[in-house]
Structure formats: structure tokens, C-alpha cells
Design a protein around this ligand. Structure first.
Ligand code: DAH
Length: 354
């Protein structure tokens, strides 16, 4: 065996490999040269007959040659595999349907409500899920030990927020934190940053430390609204809320009624009912309004002047209204969903319907 013979063999094999056009030819090449009884292995057999010095020269040369050829062989093979795959691909088969996501009914509902308020000139204000005791309660006229705190069963956080106060470096105030129980704290957050005239809506998650059933969840969404100016009256409230309810539900002549209620941050406090948009008070056995003809929509009222003090406004004789409604509750009415717990279930059979 001569080094030249090996060089010639390598050139020959490479040339042959270049000319191969299909998988069948490639297999023939493998059997002829690379297989156990192939020509390349014959060369390795011949190595045994050589002297130790010759083995040192020929051995490595043959090894690299074999590796290179095998590498090129694999490259060619994968090329043909791809071609074969494409060849056998049936372009006439119907395509696989891609799953398309859809928006959650809560998102759909709040976007719809917000767009209606936008068209009434209300700006959108965003706020956090974690709130301080001050914004959730005190600044809304709900002092510590006020019985109204019982209206909101609260998830308190273990961690306290530590704030430096005053000019002395070592004076600190610790603040109690909670998961906000309603969106009303957004009113105070907004009032601290803005002066009247105000028209804002806020949408957010709220949390209640309570047992769940078909009508109660521990995590839901609320929509808060606030409008304050020099002479905003209850008449303005009724006309805006009637207009927006009709627009959201999509029925022109729906009636809205106000009932007295109590919330510490408004005076007077109100409960807003809308005429049942299924039976309009006429139907018997109406599942939506339980035959009462009315559906409870939201809490509301005229903003309590104490809030203007908490917001440190220049004067306190402004007038305005505020309201808060449950987004899931609204979606339940709109899509006739009987159980609030499905919203957070993550069950695709539910969410896919919207
Ligand atoms: N925050 C109240 C609740 O969670 C709802 C509410 C009532 C909001 C009256 C208001 C309001 O803005 O004026 O039950």
C-alpha cells in the first residue's frame, strides 16, 4: 500500500459522492465503500501487514479520511430524507386547524363597558392590586373600628410597608397592606393627583375573604367611576348612568331606578337597579330577575365632602358622584351565566364560547 493510493482513493470516493443523485445510489455507495466489507475497510485490513513506522503514517491518514467521508455521507443522506419527505407530502390534504385564542368574558365585558364610558368622556385610570389600609378604608371615610369595615372581608398581608416620615432620619411609619377589597381606593388615588373637573373610570381586581358559592367569589373585578365638578348633581348621575346602561345592554328604552343605600364614602348612598332586560317586568318565571322586574346593577352615591379633605383640595364645596359595579356580575347577566365560579376555573370549555 502506498500513500498515493490512499490519496487517489479519497479523491475517487469524493467525486463519486458528488455525483450521487438519489437515495438508492447513496445506499450503493455505502455498501461498496463504507460498509464492513467495503473497500475502505479493506484498506484498514491491509494496515495490519505494514511495519510499525508505516502504520504510524497510514493509520491516522485512513482514519481522518473515513471520518470525513462518513460526515459527507450523512449530509447527503439528510438531504435525500428531506426530499423524500417533501415528495411524499400530500398537498391536497386539508390543513391542520390552528387553535385561536379568544378573550375572556370578563375582559370582553369590561372593555365594552369602558368603551361606553370613554364615549361619555371618562378617562381610564389604572391602580394596583395591593393597597394600603389608608387608601382602602381610612381615606374613604371608613375609620378603624367603623362597623362598615365588616362590609368588606379583607385579606390582610403579613408584610408591612415601612415609610420614613418627617425630616428626622430615624422616624418611620409602618403601613398595613391588604389586597384591595374594592376599586373605590382608586378614587382617592386619582383625586390626590387631579383637580376637578374629573371624569374617570377604573377597572381592577378586588379580593374578598369569604366562602365561595354560585354568587360569591374571593377574586373578582370591579369598575369604579367618578365625576366631580362645581355643580354635578344626582340628575346628571341618573342621566349618565341610564344612557350608559342602555348603550351597554343595547336596549333603548330601559328604565333605571335609584334606591337609598349606605356607603361611608358617599352621601346619599344609592343602589342602582335596571329594568329587567329579559322580561321587562312582564314575564312570569323570569330567571334573570326572579320575577321582580328589576336587576341590581351597582352601588353609587354623591361623593362625601370628607373625601375632598383627604385629597387636600383647595376647597371642599365641589359636587360629584361615584359608582362601582361588579364586572363578572354584569357578564353573568349579559351572557346568562348561572355560576360566578366558572370565571376563574380556567376551564377552556367555558372560555372558548366567547
Ligand atoms: N365600593 C363599593 C363595594 O365594593 C361599591 C360602591 C358603592 C362604589 C358606592 C362607589 C359608590 O363608588 O359610590 O361594594
Amino acid at each position: 500500500m502506498d500513500l498515493k493510493d490512499i490519496d487517489a482513493l479519497i479523491i475517487k470516493l469524493n467525486q463519486e459522492l458528488n455525483l450521487i443523485k438519489n437515495a438508492k445510489e447513496l445506499e450503493g455507495f455505502r455498501l461498496k465503500y463504507l460498509a464492513r466489507k467495503g473497500e475502505l475497510n479493506d484498506c484498514f485490513e491491509k494496515l495490519k501487514e505494514l511495519s510499525v513506522e508505516q502504520k504510524r503514517v497510514f493509520g491516522p491518514k485512513l482514519n481522518t479520511c473515513k471520518k470525513e467521508l462518513e460526515q459527507r455521507f450523512k449530509e447527503k443522506q439528510s438531504l435525500f430524507d428531506k426530499v423524500t419527505e417533501e415528495f411524499f407530502f400530500d398537498y391536497t390534504l386539508p390543513g391542520k386547524k390552528k387553535e385561536i385564542g379568544s378573550l375572556h368574558p370578563t375582559t370582553l365585558t369590561y372593555r365594552h363597558i369602558i368603551s361606553v364610558f370613554n364615549s361619555f368622556g371618562f378617562e381610564i385610570f389604572e391602580s394596583n392590586d395591593i393597597e394600603s389600609e389608608y387608601y382602602n378604608f381610612d381615606s374613604l371615610n371608613i375609620e378603624k373600628n367603623h362597623p362598615a369595615r365588616d362590609m368588606w372581608d379583607t385579606f390582610w398581608l403579613d408584610k408591612k410597608y415601612i415609610l420614613p416620615i418627617g425630616s428626622k432620619k430615624d422616624e418611620f411609619k409602618s403601613i398595613n397592606l391588604l389586597l384591595k377589597t374594592h376599586t373605590s381606593p382608586a378614587e382617592m388615588r386619582f383625586m390626590e393627583k387631579n383637580n376637578p373637573p374629573i371624569r374617570m373610570v377604573n377597572m381592577g381586581k378586588v379580593f374578598r375573604y369569604e366562602a365561595t358559592d354560585a354568587r360569591h367569589e374571593f377574586q373578582l373585578h370591579q369598575l369604579e367611576g367618578l365625576m366631580i365638578g362645581d355643580d354635578i348633581s344626582l340628575c346628571n348621575f341618573k342621566s349618565i348612568i341610564t344612557g350608559m346602561t342602555r348603550k351597554i345592554i343595547g336596549q333603548k328604552d330601559l328604565k333605571v331606578r335609584l334606591r337609598p343605600s349606605y356607603f361611608p364614602f358617599v352621601s346619599p348612598g344609592l343602589e342602582v337597579d335596571v329594568e329587567c332586560f329579559k322580561c321587562h317586568g312582564k314575564g312570569s318565571k323570569c330567571s334573570l330577575c326572579s320575577n321582580s322586574g328589576w336587576i341590581e346593577m351597582m352601588g353609587a352615591g354623591m361623593t362625601h365632602p370628607n373625601l375632598y379633605k383627604f385629597a387636600k383640595w383647595d376647597r371642599y364645596n365641589y359636587q360629584g358622584f361615584a359608582f362601582g359595579l361588579g364586572v363578572e356580575r354584569f357578564a353573568m347577566l349579559k351572557y346568562q351565566i348561572p355560576d360566578i365560579r366558572v370565571f376563574n376555573s380556567g376551564d377552556l370549555r367555558f372560555t372558548k364560547q366567547f
